[in-house]
Design a protein around this ligand. Structure first.
Ligand code: ATP
Length: 652
């Protein structure tokens, strides 16, 4: 029975009913999770911690969830950690009588500043023991640190960090410093945290008299498992529609899991994680994937995803309208021009809505779509409308919410009909995505060529009717396929890789970085695995800007979770922060790279042949880069691999 775990954090860091949860209870839990590799076990350990919190101090459940996810607030509040390593070294060094140089070399030896901080704290004597840290206070302090900005705030930040650090006991220092760095490194994905919450709520229902009931012991294992699965589905679906723990947790505690769908719905103002598409490599494959399913083809515009929210009651409240990015960041202040034009888009019948769109740079004179590179020169924040040089046209392709009702479970055909009925195009400002419903390969091919001629990346193919045509929130779904112009017979898609390091340029590139080491992310192990070296596709201007922007992320030594061959050791290492889109001729197996190792071949990784830089993906976090699993799928889907297994061996 999964609820009957032997480990219980209370034994290690006790607190009594009604008392604030000690940070040590969470740190001890994270410590045990860090020493565990099995996901189910991690979930079980975390759920036991949540059960204790629910039963003893439910008001600390929210802080506990935030702390073990290393999040401070919903993504659209843009409050993030990620304090420069040097400041953290300074903070710890000053408290423990070590110079910056000593801290640097200790961190370099260990590859983990968190552990260094923990050891330094353990050997340090303090005259007066500071009061124990509390989970809720640590979260509040981390929020304060993240909210401080500007050069003058550095000392204030260091001071705040030090006041927390000197109160740390045992592994608290490790997780505190890692939290501040922006990465807990215990291997807990958000889905596991949600699963642990479901398991905890099934074992110890929060709304049942102080949550003391141990439901697991009163049910058969099969019935209990079914209950956990049902809870997990409800919690995960709710979180997709309403990704805000501040709304979810109070409902969970007051009314239980079953009440979530009614109280936490898709709501204008709270961005949802968008539906994403699977790559496909040819028109023929599209028909195989959709079998007898009817689908539509839309142009795939090359701009920036814009989720537009217009709240309202009897009438739309345009003043509160917002634009969110693919990652739920608030882009409202980037697009004042778009928001001002909203009344032109909405017909009188609309009182509130959420639209899924692509904002594309647009030449209003020639009525031409401009390349993504033009859009990327637009100011990112606080753009004053009169100073905006790059005009955009917004291509609307989906309607997710209309007049108080979520539409995500309706079929695309129905959503599209509602979109056309309640909204209208406006010249050079608002357009519906172009395309057509195709039933034969030839018409898809023709449409693809037209899309490319109209400066689009290719086509998006979407199921029109039935359950496959729902809007799959937060999923890279097979019900949306993308067909890009360049890779029809090759890899099928570009790769989004994480930049781990750089090699110094020579000759013409002296003084700049001349090449880079790229990686994919193994989500399971929480590692970055080397994928290829890249030195082509960059203009001189690109190299200058990249050298400058990457300098903010320089670290002293590769992290312990960077997997690479010694022969590829970079001259300069970076924290995993930048994601680049790259193209390649094909994917090959390489004894010298580590990407997807073990998934396709036990000893060789997947590598990119002839990689070329396409662009920086500012809208993606390293966690959203191409994963080891996706790479393995792309590798195996290649015709040459299908025809002769493992023929291409790249000696690199
Ligand atoms: P890509 O590198 O292909 O943009 P991605 O991971 O950002 O990858 P995908 O799911 O692969 O996202 O492709 C979908 C993206 O294409 C959307 O996020 C959206 O920004 C863009 N897009 C452009 N036109 C459309 C359209 N008609 N329907 C859906 N998405 C579209």
């Amino acid at each position: 029975n999964p609820a009957k775990s032997k480990y219980h954090p209370i034994k290690d860091a006790c607190w009594s009913k009604g008392q604030a949860v000690p940070y040590l209870a969470l740190a001890k839990t994270l410590e045990v999770i860090e020493g565990t590799s099995a996901r189910l076990k991690m979930v079980e350990i975390l759920s036991n911690y949540f059960r204790s919190v629910i039963a003893l101090t439910p008001e600390d459940l929210l802080a506990s969830i935030y702390l073990c996810l290393n999040k401070l607030a919903p993504a659209y509040h843009s409050l993030e950690l990620g304090i420069a390593e040097t400041y953290l070294m300074k903070a710890v060094g000053q408290c423990t009588g070590r110079t910056l140089a000593q801290m640097r070399s200790a961190a370099q030896r260990s590859g983990d500043l968190g552990l260094v901080a923990e050891q330094a704290r353990a050997t340090q004597r303090t005259m007066f023991a500071a009061p124990p840290l509390l989970a809720r206070r640590v979260l509040a302090a981390l929020r304060d640190v993240a909210a401080m900005s500007g050069q003058a705030s550095v000392n204030k930040k260091i001071g705040k960090i030090q006041s927390l650090y000197v109160a740390c006991r045992h592994s608290e220092a490790r997780y505190l410093i890692r939290s501040l760095e922006g990465k807990l490194r215990v291997g807990l994905a958000e889905q596991s945290v949600l699963q642990a919450l479901a398991l905890a709520c099934a074992s110890t229902p929060p709304q049942a008299a102080g949550g003391q009931l141990d439901v697991a012991s009163t049910m058969s294992p099969e019935a209990f498992k079914a209950l956990v699965d049902e809870h997990a589905l409800t919690i995960k679906t709710t979180y997709c529609e309403c990704p805000n723990y501040e709304l979810i947790v109070p409902v969970l505690l007051r009314d239980g899991v079953a009440a979530l769908p009614e109280h936490c719905k898709l709501t204008p103002g709270i961005p949802l994680k968008p539906m994403l598409a699977h790559p496909s490599r040819g028109v023929h494959e599209v028909f195989t994937r959709f079998e007898n399913e009817e689908f539509t083809c839309e142009y795939k515009y090359d701009g920036e995803r814009a989720q537009i929210h217009v709240p309202g009651g009897d009438a739309p409240r345009f003043a509160d309208a917002a634009v969110f990015s693919r990652n739920q960041e608030n882009n409202t202040s980037k697009y004042p021009d778009v928001l001002r034009r909203l009344p032109a888009l909405l017909r009188d019948s609309v009182t509130s809505c959420v639209l899924d769109c692509e904002a594309v740079a647009y030449d209003t004179e020639t009525k031409q779509i401009l390349p993504f590179q033009v859009l990327s020169t637009r100011k990112r924040k606080d753009a004053a409308e009169e100073q905006i040089k790059v005009q955009v046209c917004v291509f609307v392709f989906d309607l997710l919410y209309l007049n108080g009702r979520p539409l995500v479970r309706r079929a695309l055909a129905e959503r599209r009909a509602l979109l056309r009925e309640h909204f209208r195009e406006a010249d050079g400002q608002w357009k519906f995505a172009e395309g057509g419903d195709c039933s034969d390969e030839e018409s898809v091919q023709r449409l693809l060529e037209n899309a490319v001629r109209s400066s689009c990346e290719g086509l998006m193919l979407k199921a029109l009717h039935g359950p496959r045509a729902r809007y799959d929130i937060a999923r890279r779904s097979h019900n949306w396929l993308k067909l890009k112009k360049d890779y029809l017979e090759g890899v099928g898609d570009t790769i989004d890789a994480v930049v781990l390091g750089a090699y110094r340029g020579r000759g013409k590139r002296a003084g700049l970085y001349g090449g880079f080491l790229l990686a994919c992310r193994d989500a399971e192990a929480d590692h970055y695995q080397s994928l290829c070296k890249i030195g082509t596709g960059f203009s001189d201007e690109d190299l200058r800007t990249l050298t400058e922007t990457l300098s903010q992320h320089v670290i002293d030594a590769p992290r312990s979770y960077y997997m690479f061959d010694g022969a590829h050791a970079a001259d300069v290492w970076f924290s995993a922060a930048s994601v680049w889109e790259v193209r390649c001729a094909d994917l090959s197996l390489s004894p010298a790279h580590r990407a997807a190792i073990g998934l396709v071949d036990p000893d060789r990784g997947v590598s990119l042949r002839f990689p070329r830089f396409v662009r920086v993906r500012d809208d993606k976090t390293p966690e959203q880069a191409t994963s080891a699993e996706q790479l393995a799928q792309l590798y195996l889907a290649q015709d040459q691999v299908k025809n002769s297994a493992h023929r291409h061996v790249d000696q690199d």
